[in-house]
Ligand binder design. Structure first.
Ligand code: KG4
Ligand code: ZN
Length: 335
């Protein structure tokens, strides 16, 4: 059978990304134009500036994605774009571009949930992932623990009650004076450091699969303020390593509870924080102990990209036939 090419488009936050994916799993191109340099000086994404930059980058990134894949627009079978969650001005750029392409060519169009995209990053360049499974999705905006009996259908076991895991990494990095985005910076400085500070214990969530990170974040801030007031020198690496250990102990603890309660043989990690090597290591320890299988995407596919949108879009199209062009962007879209 001939290959079916999906054009994936992702502009929900600060990466302008376009990819060509064959049959929902094989990456032919995956172009990402990052705005990190623009936002780093503000310590976070500035929505208005992000939307403007998407507007400038989308056409050249699209042209590069076709060229790298060595395909023409006429070879494409489906246009898939993120329609939420994300920053409204940013979402509108990619979504409107996708709709314009579909309208001009008559190609089918499908809107993709960004979180669903992160999950599908796990089946890119892979076919063997078996259901049922438990998936931990950890990004800058979301922390969800999911049970999947079939692809495209999600039972939410737990989610964060306050900050997302990635958001906590970013905030702790900021108070430590590290760069943006904070997750990779915290990981880097924490490597090999003593992680013995205890900070706050999370209370009251023991019987649930829910998470909480704001208490831990506040405890880190209070610790730093106290130490600075007393004129003590801050051991940045020790603080970062201790925070990272506690955040990841919480993630892995809840993951273990879900995996044991649901008796699954497969575990997925997805989202930007899944790039964290300490999280990967701890999850691998867990799944090895239980004799089950762990999958996580390569680092480049954990953080925002359009190949994951092309994959999720392809499979959504197969099961639903796609979306009408009147689909609107939804900044608060849930799974
Ligand atoms: O999935 P993503 O690229 O964007 C969202 O959908 O939010 O995730 C970005 C988040 C940021 O908070 C970033 O600090 C975090 O993922 N992150 C990490 C690492 N790499 C990215 N957190 C911890 N360790 C990392 N290595
Ligand atoms: Zn994301």
């Amino acid at each position: 059978m001939a290959d079916f090419f999906t054009l994936g488009i992702e502009t929900s936050c600060d990466e302008t990304a376009v990819a060509v994916v064959a049959n929902g799993t094989r990456i032919l191109s995956n172009v990402i134009s990052s705005q990190v340099a623009t936002h780093a000086k503000f310590g976070g994404v500035v929505p208005e500036m992000a939307a403007r930059e998407h507007g400038e980058a989308i056409l050249p990134v699209y042209q590069m994605a076709l060229a790298e894949a060595n395909v023409k627009l006429k070879d494409i079978g489906l246009v898939a774009a993120t329609y939420g969650p994300g920053l409204i001005g940013c979402l509108l750029v990619g979504l409107s571009f996708a709709k314009g392409l579909a309208l001009a060519t008559g190609l089918p169009f499908v809107g993709v949930n960004h979180i669903e995209g992160h999950i599908y990053a796990n089946i890119l360049e892979r076919t063997e992932v078996k259901l049922p499974l438990v998936c931990l999705t950890v990004s800058g905006g979301h922390t969800d623990l999911l049970y999947l009996e079939k692809w495209g259908s999600y039972r939410i076991l737990g989610r964060t009650r306050d900050d997302a895991a990635g958001e906590a990494f970013d905030k702790v990095a900021r108070v430590l004076g590290l760069g943006y985005p904070g997750g990779p910076e915290v990981e880097k400085i924490a490597k090999g450091a003593v992680a013995d500070l205890e900070f706050a214990k999370i209370k009251g969530l023991n019987d649930t699969y829910d998470f909480s990170f704001s208490g831990l974040k506040t405890a880190v801030i209070n610790y730093l303020n106290r130490e600075r007031q007393q004129g003590k020198e801050i051991d940045q690496a020790r603080v970062a390593a201790s925070f990272q250990r506690l955040a990841i102990e919480q993630l892995v603890g809840k993951l273990k509870k879900a995996v044991v309660d649901y008796g699954v043989a497969t575990v997925l990690l997805s989202g930007g924080v899944a790039a964290n090597s300490y999280l990967r290591e701890k999850c691998l320890q867990l799944t090895n102990d239980l004799g089950i299988t762990l999958y996580y995407p390569p680092v480049k596919l954990c953080t925002d990209n359009a190949a994951m949108i092309g994959s999720a879009g392809y499979f959504k199209y197969l099961s639903t036939g796609g979306d009408a062009l009147c689909l609107t962007a939804n900044p608060n879209l849930h799974l």
